[in-house]
Design a protein around this ligand. Structure first.
Ligand code: NAI
Ligand SMILES: NCC(=O)COP(=O)(O)O
Length: 331
């Protein structure tokens, strides 16, 4: 089997993206790794952190050598202005977006087998005038995918979301039979094909407190969620619930399931992050490309200090390699 080529974006350059890339690439990986970003950002941050990185600027993406610990191979992309660690600068937002376009398109074109994304700052990207709610939606748009699913996985559990980056006030209206069906089907399919679950068991959260308390605390379970889950069951999906989200995250339920399906971002992710922050991976399902990411944000307070953990990035790279190898085997 040939080693996969994994692209890694630089993330928000004023955040911990460069720090964790430099840290993680000190380790060994069974792949060819290409960082897409500005070589100057990485050499300056390596100097500030005292990391002995060998920075190689690539002039071609052909005949890449396997990853060597400590070597950072960079496909150069020009920065807007000099970076000050910890201070956002909207002049560098187009650079961040360009690294996402290059890597996403490179995966679609078969130049890369997967893309791994360190964190970006959604707010500063929106200041360019482009509405950027997340990598998940960015790659959905780039790949023209009808439905994507955000799933985070730690040692303890997998959690997928019906809705991604929506204001709380818009969530109930976004949980329609159509959305729930397409998300559940995409999750079921990818758990089978990408994660080797023969008959995926999905544990579904209710939306309202106590899953609506028989309609006394909200009607979405009765009007939308229960009938839609029944329809999906008749297609052969194994779905448990909807269960009240406050008591679903306990061992006796989790050990019976391959994944939890939460209705919204802050219903599922705080539990997962409490159980494994720093060592979990974020995977976008439903794309024609493989994309993994870290479980944390830009941590501007830690950029350039040497205090940022690169644990989640290592897990994200390992997951991308495994998924790329599995995809190669299935051809
Ligand atoms: N995949 C991505 O691109 C993600 C981007 N973000 C973005 O990051 C920005 C900041 O978000 P926050 O909510 O402040 O979350 P954050 O994860 O950046 O920071 C939350 C807390 O965790 C700490 N922390 C984060 N990563 C760490 C690491 N690797 N090692 C040690 N400590 C770490 C920070 O110091 C801070 O105290 C926002 O713009 C958000 O949208 C947030 C999550 C994911
Ligand atoms: N909390 C995880 C998160 O918001 C990641 O979003 P994305 O940038 O991967 O879409």
């Amino acid at each position: 089997m040939t080693q996969p080529t994994i692209a890694i974006t630089s993330g928000e350059p004023a955040g911990i993206g460069p720090d964790i890339v430099l840290g993680a690439l000190q380790a060994s990986f069974d792949a060819k790794l290409v960082v897409v970003g500005d070589p100057g950002v990485f050499s300056e941050r390596a100097k500030a952190l005292g990391i002995p990185a060998q920075i190689r600027t690539l002039s071609s993406l052909e005949a890449l050598p396997p990853h060597q610990p400590g070597t950072v191979q960079i496909w150069p992309t020009a920065l807007g202005e000099t970076v000050q660690a910890g201070t956002l600068n909207v002049a560098n937002a187009p650079y961040v977006l360009e690294t996402l376009r290059i890597t996403g398109q490179g995966c679609l074109d078969g130049v890369f087998d997967a893309v791994v994304t360190p964190p970006v700052h959604k707010g500063v990207l929106c200041e360019t005038g482009e509405h950027f709610s997340g990598h998940t939606e960015f790659f959905q748009h780039l790949c023209n995918s009808p439905q994507v699913v955000m799933m985070l996985a730690s040692q303890a559990m997998r959690v997928a979301l019906v809705t991604t980056h929506l204001p709380l006030k818009d969530i109930a209206a976004a949980i329609t039979p159509e959305t729930l069906k397409t998300v559940a089907r995409a999750l079921h399919q990818d758990l089978k094909t990408r994660f080797g679950c023969d008959q995926p068991r999905i544990l579904v959260c209710g939306l309202n407190p106590h899953a609506g308390e028989d309609g006394h605390l909200g009607r979405e379970e009765i009007d939308v969620i229960i009938p839609t889950l029944n329809e999906l069951r008749s297609e052969g999906l194994t779905l448990i619930g909807p269960l009240p989200a406050d008591t679903l995250f306990q061992q006796k339920y989790l050990e019976e399931a391959d994944c939890v399906l939460a209705m919204y971002h802050d219903q599922g992710l705080p539990v997962l992050k409490y159980s494994g922050f720093g060592n979990a991976v974020n995977i976008t399902l439903g794309l024609p490309i493989i994309r993994t990411s870290v479980d944390h944000g830009t941590a501007l307070d830690l950029a350039g200090t040497g205090k940022a953990s690169d644990g989640s990035l290592k897990v994200a790279i390992e997951n991308a390699i495994t998924m790329a190898n599995n995809a190669q085997k299935s051809i």
